[in-house]
Design a protein around this ligand. Structure first.
Ligand code: MGD
Ligand code: MGD
Ligand code: MO
Length: 822
């Protein structure tokens, strides 16, 4: 047993292992101060909720309250380990700030009320709008953080009951590019790879993915490989010196927004050198000729100019990727939220297709997810997809969905692609959407160009319903606030980025009168009295397990087949990967093992889109392109971003995360250890740029874009010259306990642009041009962690981030004098 300060050492202690070996277990535990494991009343099975890994854990319950967490040794994802957010974040469940009763707006103020009053208002407004303006006046904006059962119920209500096309998730901001990149290459969503590919890979490439901070346990798996015999080569593509970059064999730090040019350059070199699997291409792939042609211009020298990366680094990296025998690639927001997002992410798929590296141990692509249940949002059709990865353009698929729901196919809108989130906000701005129901997301902090978002959400004519656990920036603008039960207080399933399904059981009662999202949606369905074709209730369930059984039927025969999974099977298991059906009763570790794709025209989820304009392909075009269901190589040329740095706005502004906080901090700001590690916003600036502006460590500076300004203290870090980084976690209201807008002007999204990738419609949070000005001296270092990408450029100049005794957690490894993480 050992105790480690997991704020100072986020990845905990090493358990080195060799290629092909099983990753050793290490069970991490953190209990409430003074509580011994033997005094815990009950341990309740769940998985982590503050990222997309799905690390298996048990929730400790003492006297009816959550009193800690312990990793599950037998879980296939984490083998017992937990990251800092999971070790400490559970404390937020018991925060005194939790919403306990519904609120309704009365005379301009939000006042407490009972459920009947609140839900009657929502139901009455729905009925009025349906009669006066029709279903398209109602929109739903949900999340990647509820459970599958809840999304499926919401989809059924919105698409099958109300009949609106306006249902999307904040997954639009998060993983719509992941889904779209998979749909372009494989004509269907679903990650080909498995987390166990880390155990087998000889080369691991992370594209715009700071795994060390955002998926800490998965990164621990990489660190343990790096500490063992025959460690993998690690390639990092990120403009910042993240912990991934520091551990990497090569770190490419391209100019933000140039990912596509870089990928084209790498592919150009790989093909020129003949590092391709021509046999695999012949048998399983289409589009090779066009790809080769399109890549011709992307010589290392040309790409070096665009990306600001030395040509030798490009050729060297191409050699590493081109000669790898077992290559695992991961992609995340550095690509998804940047310029030409889908086109660039697709090139990572292309890399694997031309090298024939899919479906074998160590050979995988993970177009990563971010949120814990983003995969479910997509599978269940609570975003811009149809349930079960059905194709909205395929009438047979829509008829089949209507059969499952027992409704008329014409009742399910599919005249156009499902409306994407930013378009929904545009409709609300224009006044065609008059009721917006937001669940489990805080757009007043997380959407781009906040001044505009605030004005859209505060309009009188928009009836705004917000379903959350806290009185967020968004909830404060609502007409009705519905208090939600959260993780640990309700039961449901969720699916991580490598298709692993976990069950998360209810451990404790929610505070006050808070209810689960499932109960709220079911209550709404009853009040509106939605019926199927035969007069039966459209939503025939009231509890999670029955909803899960409903969802299983909807998934039957589709790629994400859940029919072989039951709650009973999930209980005690270490996670099950879909598809799981009669033919694969234990689930499926890797997709596309034999070059067999789900891309046949009659079966595929999508006919694809043009990578430059985003225009959907017609069925006939797709049939001509890919009649027998191969993988598709799609090519695209690089174009400069719409808003390029220059003139008055010389900096490229990028935004993102730090290890200790989750998004808009509704939970992590309420966990003292996490909040103390990163208490306030900062901005990362290179030493050269700081010197040029007379800025010292910790000075207050102002960052401006055409949308607004933010003030933050400067951290002089190893970030690329001409680039500024702002964490986006810090909203308008101080969630640290204050009740006023003391955080005015600190949210990164005051600065970001209303613009999106043409293919995935994901907003460009990582492409804006900014100016910088010193305001005043700071009187101490910036409030930025030293353990992460925000480490000071010169080590030792700033006190190290530590948690002290409060930040300690236990592991079950033998105590050794060395220990430590890197
Ligand atoms: N600690 C923590 N973990 C989280 C979350 C959290 O809020 N906090 N959120 C979860 C969610 S929902 C998500 S989506 C994931 C996100 O996980 P990540 O994608 O790993 O996180 P980000 O910080 O958004 O972006 C990753 C990196 O992109 C780089 N980047 C910016 N612009 C460019 C570019 O043009 N090109 C390249 N190559 N790189 C660029 C940034 O420097 C940054 O280091 O994390 C999940 N895990
Ligand atoms: N500038 C910039 N902006 C970004 C990003 C970026 O990198 N840069 N990243 C984008 C990405 S990838 C993401 S995922 C988004 C995240 O943005 P948001 O989704 O807005 O952020 P969260 O703080 O996770 O909001 C989730 C809300 O749901 C509530 N909640 C938690 N559990 C439950 C539940 O079970 N039920 C209900 N009803 N509510 C619950 C929480 O209290 C919280 O208010 O931000 C996006 N915005
Ligand atoms: Mo995300």
């Amino acid at each position: 047993m050992g105790r480690t300060d997991r704020i100072a050492e986020p990845w905990g202690r090493r358990t080195p292992y060799a290629r092909g070996e099983a990753w050793p277990a290490r069970v991490d535990t953190r209990l409430a101060d003074g509580l011994a494991p033997e005094d815990v009343d009950r341990w309740v099975q769940s998985a982590s909720i503050l990222h997309s890994n799905g690390d298996g854990l048990d929730i400790a319950v003492k006297d009816g309250r959550i009193a800690g967490v312990r990793g599950r040794a037998g879980d296939r994802v984490n083998h017992g380990r937990l990251g800092p957010k999971d070790l400490f974040g559970w404390q937020a469940n018991a925060s005194p700030d939790r919403l306990r009763r519904p609120l309704v707006r009365q005379g301009g103020e939000l006042v407490e009320t009972d459920w009947d009053t609140a839900m009657d208002r929502v139901a009455a407004r729905t009925r009025e709008l349906m009669e006066e303006r029709g279903p398209s006046s109602i929109g739903f904006y949900t999340t990647g953080q509820l459970f599958a059962e809840e999304y499926y119920t919401l989809t059924l209500i919105a698409r099958g009951g109300i009949g609106t096309n306006h249902l999307d998730g904040n997954t639009r901001l998060c993983t719509s590019t992941a889904a779209e990149a998979l749909k372009e290459s494989f004509a269907c969503d679903g990650q080909p790879g498995s987390y166990t590919d880390i155990d087998h890979a000889d080369t691991i490439a992370l594209f715009g993915h700071n795994m060390a901070e955002t998926q800490t346990v998965l990164w621990t798996r990489v660190l343990d490989r790096l500490a063992g015999p025959n460690p993998p080569v690690v390639v990092c593509v990120d403009p910042r010196p993240t912990p991934v970059a520091r551990a990497a064999t090569v770190h490419l730090a391209p100019r933000p927004g140039t990912n596509l040019a870089l990928m084209n350059g790498l592919l150009h070199e790989i093909i020129r050198n003949g590092w391709t699997d021509e046999d695999y291409i012949d048998r399983h792939v289409t589009g090779y000729g066009e790809l080769r042609e399109r890549l011709e211009a992307y010589t290392p020298e040309h790409v070096a100019d665009i990306c600001g990366v030395p040509a030798e680094q490009i050729t060297g990296t191409a050699r590493l990727l081109g000669t790898a025998e077992r290559l695992l690639s991961t992609v995340l927001q550095g690509f998804y939220q940047s310029h030409q997002a889908t086109a660039a992410s697709v090139q990572v798929n292309n890399l694997h297709l031309v090298r024939g590296m899919l479906g074998r141990p160590g050979c995988g692509v993970l177009q990563m997810n971010g949120q814990p249940t983003a995969q479910n949002t997509r599978e269940c059709g609570a975003n811009g997809d149809m349930p079960g990865f059905r194709n909205w353009e395929n009438d047979a698929h829509m008829a089949d969905l209507a059969r499952v729901w027992n409704v008329d196919p014409l009742n399910i809108p599919h005249y156009a692609p499902p409306t994407h989130a930013l378009q929904m906000f545009r409709y609300a701005e224009e006044g065609s959407i008059r009721m917006l129901w937001i669940s489990g997301t805080n757009p007043a902090v997380s959407l781009p160009e906040l001044r505009r978002i605030r004005s859209v959400l505060s309009q009188d004519r928009l009836f705004l319903v917000v379903q959350d656990a806290f009185l967020t920036e968004t909830a404060r603008l609502a007409d009705v606030v519905l208090p939600a039960a959260i993780w640990g207080e309700k039961t449901g399933t969720f699916t991580n980025a490598d298709r692993t399904v976990h069950l998360s059981e209810k451990a404790v009662e929610p505070p006050g009168e808070a209810r689960s999202d499932l109960e709220i949606f079911c209550d709404y369905a009853r009040r509106l009295d939605f019926r199927d074709k035969d007069g039966g209730p459209l939503v025939p369930w009231n509890d999670p397990e029955a909803a899960f059984e409903g969802w299983k039927e909807c998934s039957r025969g589709r790629p994400c087949d859940y029919t072989g999974i039951t709650y009973a099977k999930l209980r005690g298991s270490g996670g099950i990967q879909w598809p799981c059906d009669e033919d694969h009763p234990e689930g499926t570790e890797r997709l596309y093992a034999d070059g067999a794709f789900w891309s046949r025209p009659d079966y595929c989820e999508s006919y694809g889109r043009d990578l430059i304009t985003g225009a959907p392909l017609e069925e006939t075009e797709y049939r001509a392109l890919n009649p027998d269901g191969r993988a598709v190589l799609k090519a695209a040329s690089y174009f400069p971003p719409h808003e390029a740095p220059g003139g008055d706005h010389p900096f490229a502004l990028i935004t993102g995360r730090t290890l200790y906080h989750f998004h808009t901090r509704t939970k992590t700001a309420r966990a003292p250890q996490l909040q103390a590690a990163a208490p306030e916003v900062w901005v990362e600036i290179s030493p050269r740029d700081a010197a040029a502006h007379g800025i010292g460590e910790g000075d207050l500076v102002e960052i401006g874009t055409p949308r607004g300004t933010v003030r933050a203290r400067a951290r002089i870090s190893g970030i690329r010259d001409d680039v500024l980084f702002l964490p986006f976690h810090y909203g308008y209201w101080d969630t640290g306990g204050g009740d006023g807008p003391d955080g005015a002007g600190r949210a990164a999204n005051e600065l970001t642009i209303t613009d999106w990738d043409p293919v995935s419609k994901q907003p460009l949070f990582k492409t804006a041009a900014a100016r910088l000005r010193r305001v005043e001296a700071g009187g101490g270092p910036a409030p930025a962690p030293t353990t992460t990408a925000s480490a000071p450029a010169t080590a030792g100049t700033v006190p190290a981030t530590r948690g002290g005794a409060a930040g300690e957690a236990e592991d079950d490894l033998p105590a050794t004098p060395t220990g430590g993480s890197r």
